[in-house]
Ligand binder design. Structure first.
Ligand code: PGA
Length: 252
């Protein structure tokens, strides 16, 4: 297969009411006028997904922020990958640190959820990242390699899998790692992906996430093996998010 386009993905987390649909409509209009060189995805809270899908937006993929490890059954309050696919999701974020930490999701659970997402035909965006303590103890690479090996199902392809490297200490903090550090971590992720998945491993998109904004996006997206961004806070407003997406217009 050909290498997928880079992806700039917005993770709205637990933010957004129906009035926020206007931001997505605005974003879609911006994208319609600019022909961006990357794919664009919004992962709103699940309550907004159906309404957004019904807008039939041409330029924005819609995804979810989580799914369950099972297809259906007695799991009160949970939502399966199959249900998300059924209402129009193309991607599902899996193993975000706010799920890993806040909901006790370990690599095994993340692997099962990713398998569900892939099985129903969505692309799993599998998140990895080290804590501040691991970073300070210089354990980043060790932690990331272990998360990559344990969290990614063995049937991963460039079509059904995207990796997001998000240092936990960089999320929502305004702090970002140095370019050298991002380069090093993404190179190691690429190496492990190629070892495990061969040619597909070479094509799987690896996103960087953690305090990406319009000022640092160009620098971060220029790093080798950074194939897009996972953006939280700066994805909530169409103008801010579009400024990040537009960085790709400056690349050949
Ligand atoms: P942030 O969040 O851009 O607000 O740091 C990123 C994320 O958690 O995916």
């Amino acid at each position: 297969m050909i290498k997928p386009k880079p992806l700039v993905a917005g993770n709205w987390k637990m933010n957004g009411l129906r009035a926020s649909l206007n931001e997505i409509i605005k974003l879609n209009d911006f994208l319609g006028r600019s022909a961006p060189k990357c794919d664009v995805l919004i992962c709103p809270p699940v309550t907004l997904i159906s309404s957004i899908v019904q807008l039939n937006l041409e330029h924005v993929f819609i995804g979810s922020q989580d799914c369950h490890t099972n297809t259906n059954g007695a799991h009160t309050g949970d939502i399966s990958a199959e249900m998300l696919r059924d209402i129009g999701c193309s991607h599902i974020i899996i193993g975000h640190s706010e799920r890993r930490v806040g909901h006790g999701e370990d690599n095994e659970i993340v692997n099962k959820k990713a398998t569900q997402a892939q099985t129903v035909g969505t692309t799993a965006i599998i998140c990895v990242g080290e804590t501040i303590h691991e970073y300070e103890a210089k354990k980043t690479l060790e932690v990331i390699v272990s998360q990559i090996n344990s969290s990614i199902p063995s049937h991963a392809t460039a079509e059904n899998t995207i990796i997001a490297y998000e240092p936990i200490w960089a999320i929502g903090s305004g702090k970002v790692p140095t370019v050298g550090s991002v380069k090093e971590v993404h190179a190691v992720i690429r190496k492990v992906l190629v070892e495990r998945f061969g040619n597909d491993g070479d094509k799987i998109n690896i996103l960087y996430g953690g305090s990406v904004n319009a000022s640092n996006a160009h620098t971060l997206m220029s790093v080798v093996n950074v194939n897009g961004a996972l953006v939280g806070g700066a994805s909530l407003k169409a103008d801010d998010f579009f400024n990040i997406i537009s960085v790709y217009d400056q690349f050949d």
